[in-house]
Design a protein. Structure first.
Length: 446
């Protein structure tokens, strides 16, 4: 701002100029005044804030979504940070219009680091899920990743607290609750996602999912649709399950030069709208090395996120599952958390474990000693208990636990389950002579 403009503004704010507010409005159109005030704010924000009428004027103008957008463009083109500009003036930090910083020339624009306002790290779940960042949740299919992300959704929509370093869960804080968006390409919303979310206590009115009546399928090839959904809903948590289903046909998941720009774009959305974007990714079938190297596709998926969580079976207790932190760039790694999924599909936290993410990846490698079948045996044993259950109920419950029909039938054979028809239905029950006793302390795939 030149010296004459600065002098004119100081005269106004200090009361040395006799021009009234009405005269100012007559002299300057609203758009001219707004442009003038933005220049002042970019030159000296404290000077601009000295006049409350001018601050109120900007707030009033910013209610219009198109003016809101124009303000952010003007600030960004001048080298400023639109988010900090809005926050400093008490404007909504998640405005009602999506914004992507202009990059018309593709050049490198530099500013002194001293102009960047320092911020404290913010967390949804410390140190596992940072706010305004990307988080990957990885593991083999069927080991509880979807259960885990739905527990995160329940925590967000109800203000539930999540386990601390001692594995204990503090009382809920409803005042911290917010909306969540859950986008899935693998599970049915009606018979899988809703029942699970209800059992976990999620607020279904705060949990938003794609409209099943709309034919259009979401893809990150059109990232603006995700950004608009976040802005419209004011969601604080977004889940993509799995990420591979949404990257778009034009992105090769194994090419770093295609993956990195996509992840940078998603990261910009999370940062701009101050939300968590959690993405589910499956592990490769044939694996070796560290946990951070197990995910399908380019390693740039893992490089772009700030936190990576590995999910798998506890190698010391097949009834338990673990969530171990494979990577965190903005804090020290968190302790491994244990959880279990009951035969009825309830999710329960179960303390902590000393197993690391790398040990979890090693223990979970597929092979002749795979634990999937033994887990199915243990689940079926617990589910049947001492009573007969209809085959329909068994298959339905097994599907909810992500056990395939083939795995379930093998577990049935291993346990010597008896089948009998009563009326029009078939029933399963465990034998009185418990065949599984001979498998005690036996980990091999039978």
């Amino acid at each position: 701002m030149d010296s004459s403009t600065q002098h004119e503004y100081q005269s106004n704010t200090n009361g040395h100029h006799t021009r009234t507010e009405e005269e100012t409005r007559e002299r300057l159109s609203q758009s001219q005044r707004l442009s003038y005030l933005i220049q002042v704010a970019l030159y000296d924000l404290d000077l601009m804030r000295a006049n409350q009428d001018d601050v109120d004027f900007i707030r009033w103008m910013a209610r219009d979504p198109f003016v809101n957008y124009a303000i952010k463009q003007t600030v960004a083109q001048a080298g400023g940070d639109p988010y900090h500009f809005f926050k400093s003036l008490g404007l909504p930090v998640t405005p009602e219009f999506p914004f992507t910083a202009p990059d018309d020339e593709g050049g490198l624009s530099l500013v002194p680091l001293s102009t960047i306002i320092a911020e404290q790290m913010e967390w949804f779940w410390h140190p596992y899920v940072p706010l305004k960042k990307l988080t990957l949740i990885e593991g083999e299919p069927g080991l509880g990743k979807t259960f885990l992300v739905l527990m995160l959704v329940a925590a967000m929509t109800r203000g539930f607290c999540l386990p601390g370093p001692d594995g204990r869960v503090a009382p809920a804080r409803p005042d911290t609750a917010g909306k969540a968006i859950y986008i899935t390409a693998e599970d049915d919303l009606a018979d899988t996602i809703r029942p699970r979310a209800e059992r976990m206590g999620a607020d279904l009115d705060q949990l938003l999912v794609p409209n099943p009546r709309k034919a259009a399928k979401f893809s990150l090839a059109n990232p603006r649709s995700l950004e608009e959904a976040i802005v419209e809903s004011q969601a604080k948590l977004v889940v993509l399950d799995p990420l591979s289903a949404f990257i778009g046909a034009d992105v090769d998941a194994y090419r770093f030069n295609e993956v990195r720009p996509l992840m940078a774009l998603i990261g910009d959305i999370a940062r701009t709208h101050r939300c968590v974007i959690a993405m589910v990714r499956h592990w490769n079938k044939g694996r070796s090395g560290k946990a951070i190297q197990q995910g399908q596709g380019s390693q740039d998926f893992g490089a772009a996120v700030r936190s990576m969580l590995s999910v798998g079976h506890d190698p010391h207790d097949d009834r338990m599952r673990l969530m171990a932190q494979a990577k965190i760039n903005v804090a020290a790694k968190g302790v491994t958390q244990r959880f279990t999924i009951t035969p009825d599909g309830d999710f329960q936290w179960a303390g902590t474990s000393e197993v690391t993410a790398d040990e979890l990846a090693t223990a979970s490698r597929p092979g002749p000693n795979s634990t999937v079948r033994s887990n199915a045996r243990q689940w079926l044993k617990d589910f049947l208990g001492t009573q007969a259950r209809s085959a329909g109920d068994v298959f339905k419950a097994a599907e909810a636990m992500a056990f395939s029909e083939r795995t379930l039938r093998r577990a049935k054979e291993d346990l010597g389950v008896l089948v009998a028809k009563e009326g029009e239905a078939w029933y399963w029950r465990l034998p009185k002579v418990q065949k599984w006793d001979r498998y005690a302390d036996h980990g091999e795939d039978l």
